[in-house]
Design a binder for this molecule. Sequence first.
Ligand code: SF4
Length: 387
Amino acid sequence: MKLGVISLGCDKATVDSERLVGDLVGHGAVVTPDLPQAQEIPEVDLFLGFSDLHHLVPALAERGLIDDPVAVHPGVRQFLGDQVHVRYLKISEGCDHTCAFCAIPLMRGKHRSEPLERLVREAQQLEAQGAKEINLVAQDLGHYGRDAGRGAPALPDLLEALLARTGVPWYRLLYVYSAGLTDRLVELIAREPRIVPYLDIPIQHASDRMLERMRRPERRDTLRAKLAWLRDTIPDLAIRTTCLLGFPGETDEDFGQLLEFLEEAQFDRLGAFAYSPQEGTRGAAYPDDVPEGVKRDRLEEVLEVQRAISAERLARFVGRDVSVLVDRVADPDDAAGSTHVGRVPWQADDVDGVTYLAQGGWARPGTFLAARVTASEDYDFKAVALT
Ligand code: SF4
């Protein structure tokens, strides 16, 4: 069987696609970039939801589309992205939280952790395929292991196993909710140089009234205390967050509180979104009472406030010696004088700014270069390779 794949959505969806395609390749399918070749049959045979995917191999075997009903290398992921050195490892599925605006628990179900051994094996395969950076992803990394009961491995156990049994130079934690930041986890990040000093902690809002309405577990004071603790414990930590603007009931005063908090908290990076109701959620039952124009204005204001904060946060790195992971060779649209485009540990793939590197010689994507930061902009660095 010839197989063509289009993976839409976020990095978690890419992991799902790579696992699924790896499974089909293990059953004798051959991946082709030529999609018409894989659409031998113009009509659609099968639509499967995420929770039905285990029916796929039997359904294809039934139609005679799979040569080999026994998987040759079960659990081997097929690389589908464009950067083999930056990979994602999804450590759990689903979510136990009940945020009022979010449909993910309805679509993906309750939180289920992947077994530790399977994740270590998968990380070893990613390393063998060329991974230099592995980003751990889940709806909430801090929940890892909780569904497996007392004594089950937790996130620090998983990280320790990954560090001990792979040589991957950079591990990055995306999406840790502040409630999951335990002493043990934070101390591990602080002392382990292969876990980059970077955390993505979505706060969504900073007005207690809105946090309660959104059914978020944190409040402004607990967020404030956690951020101070993290910055005291992890040297040079970069914190990314996400905010949701225009959730039903958000007043000018709530919005003002959020802006004040952003100024105070000085997040290094921020993603912001305007609310739109999701079918089946609690939020969808509230009147969507913030006019679209107001949502847009608030979104722009938040991004403008963050732009200035980001520029100030980045400026402190100018003159410092850093390690740059080269992502690609520069092209004419990149910053003048740059030979390569890469990232320092404080910049995550895809969502953050980049580092424009000069004098990088013949460095190939996936190599690390020692460099000195020569300038910073709102979101990007300029650096020169040190020879
Ligand atoms: S926003 Fe995140 S934590 Fe909240 S319900 Fe959705 S997936 Fe879960």
